[in-house]
Design a protein around this ligand. Structure first.
Ligand code: KIV
Ligand code: ZN
Length: 508
């Protein structure tokens, strides 16, 4: 198929560079498994040299996730490349992805190196990476602000050195569509050995042009698109995978490209990434925002009721968003619940199902009607941290003309630890009481709360960011009681922090 494009997914690398997004190894593995279900071609699993935890996480993904190519990022230094190779060598299909700046401003100001030194480094790095594996990608960082004659030189040299994929990133989101497409075309036409490599594009969204720039590049000969779920990534993010895929589906007349993506997994992947990174999906986000299929004006509602196609160009089922409309209650029973999970594409083994059923009943007792979104929130409400502290008891007092206070009892091993505190509100009081028990000094830098569904009895989902020394940790919790959800999120963050500390002590 000559119009098949390769989807290179970088949520676990560039996506994780989103301010505030930190994932632990288990969370990264969970996302990687879901990306494999989505059927992306390449998963960029991380930048292994950046920390021992990152190295371990990429190693696990490489060992356990089958199907896609597993790539790891490296600078042009041997230590990075060795580390990247160590991380991905057990993958079914490993790739080393090497990058170095190509623009004068990056080389001069950031690296303080001259272009010829950089060129030499690039060639040596690619040769070295090729001595380890047959699949080597080379990225010319900040290519869209580089001199074109230098781009040609580097591209030719790295292909000669053995690069199998050459990436022309718009690192700072500076390019505009026609210009970027033309650049890709000229590189492929003017570099004599260009036919020996595949060309890739990697667009950032600083001007909101990442998706259209990527599509324009494909029109002009690029065959690999680097993109991220929900468009997350450094600064304003990267091209959003779901938008690129839907453009090729809905406007195939304009973008006649095939991908391997199983579009029915888009919705689930998007929710999972948002939940685990703690980065909410804007309600008006194209393709997967909460409002993408909602109609509010009377004229629109009237039109949609008569025929959906009047105002909807995307069928929600295409992205797996509406497969399950059945409402469950505490009386629905195991069979209905299993059936619903199957419709939603979740396969649980018997033990997992028994545990899930128990949690479902607990929820259904509190909340009369359980929707698909509730089930999804429950399914994803797994803490990927060893539960060092667990919430045993919580009692809070709040309201007007009273001093907010909280009694918190936590379990640690067999011990029961209790603290009482006042605060500016019941959540603050509960957090202070928890701090008295854990004695950890953290700072809360963000607090987000969202109702999973509509209605007064909706599940509340809390996502927080805790700062501790130079670490940012995301904690999540859900409950029909938002104070309980807030405390669960706090403990999730504290547990992750303690897990990280334990891991780094073990690595010393
Ligand atoms: O934006 C960029 O240039 C990158 C490279 C490492 C590919 O993320
Ligand atoms: Zn990038």
């Amino acid at each position: 198929m000559n119009n098949r494009i390769i989807i290179f997914e970088s949520t676990l690398r560039d996506g994780e560079q989103t301010p505030g997004a930190t994932l632990n190894a288990q969370e990264k593995l969970e996302i990687a498994r879901q990306l494999a279900r989505l059927n992306v071609d390449v998963i960029e699993a991380g930048f292994p040299i950046s920390s021992p935890g990152e190295l371990k996480a990429v190693r696990r993904i490489a060992k356990e996730v089958k199907g896609p190519v597993i790539a790891a990022l490296a600078r042009t230094v041997q230590e990075d490349i060795d580390c990247a190779w160590d991380a991905v060598k057990d993958a079914e299909k490993p790739r080393i992805h090497v990058f170095l700046a190509a623009s004068d401003i990056h080389m001069e100001k950031k690296l303080r190196k001259d272009p010829q030194t950089c060129l030499l480094e690039a060639v040596q790095a690619v040769k070295y990476a090729r001595s380890l594996t047959a699949d080597v990608e080379y990225s010319l960082e900040d290519a869209t602000r580089a001199r074109e004659d230098y781009i040609y030189q580097v591209v030719e040299a790295v292909i000669d050195a053995g690069a199998t994929v050459v990436n022309i990133p718009d690192t700072v989101g500076y390019a505009v569509p026609a210009e970027y497409g033309a650049l890709i075309r000229r590189i492929m036409q003017n570099v004599p050995n260009a036919y020996k490599a595949l060309f890739s594009v990697h667009c950032h969204n600083d001007l909101g042009l990442a998706v259209i720039n990527s599509l324009e590049a494909v029109k002009n000969g690029a065959v690999q698109v680097e993109c991220n779920i929900n468009g997350i990534g450094e600064r304003a993010g990267n091209a959003a995978l779901e938008e690129i895929i839907l453009a090729t589906k809905i406007r195939a007349d304009h973008y006649p490209y095939e991908t391997g993506i199983n579009t029915k997994e888009i919705y689930r992947t998007s929710r999972l990434v948002s939940k685990l990174t703690g980065i909410p999906i804007p309600v008006n986000k194209a393709v997967i925002g909460l409002n993408a299929f909602a109609h509010s004006s009377g004229i629109h509602q009237d039109g949609v009721l008569k025929d959906k196609r009047t105002y909807e160009i995307i069928n929600a089922e295409l992205i797996g968003a509406q497969a399950a409309q059945m409402i469950l209650t505490a009386r629905s029973g195991r069979h209905a619940l299993r059936n619903q999970l199957e419709i939603m594409n979740y396969t649980l083994n018997d033990d997992e199902f028994a545990d899930f059923y128990h949690r479902f009943i607990e929820l259904a007792d509190r909340k009369k009607e359980v929707y698909r979104e509730d089930l999804e929130a429950l399914l994803i409400d797994i803490s990927y941290a060893d539960p060092i502290y667990e919430l045993d008891y919580l009692h809070t007092v709040g309201g007007t003309r009273t001093i907010p206070a909280a009694v918190v009892v936590l379990r640690r091993g067999g011990e029961s630890l209790e603290a009482v505190s006042s605060g500016t509100g019941p959540i603050d009081a509960a957090y202070k009481a928890a701090d008295m028990i854990t004695t950890l000094k953290t700072e809360l830098s963000s607090f987000n709360i969202r109702a999973v569904t509509q209605g007064i009895d909706a599940l509340g989902e809390v996502s927080i960011t805790l700062n501790h020394e130079d670490r940012n940790i995301i904690g999540r919790g859900i409950s029909t009681d938002i104070i309980e959800a807030s405390v669960k999120a706090y403990l999730d963050g504290i547990n992750k922090l303690l897990n990280l500390q334990a891991n780094s002590n073990n690595n010393k």
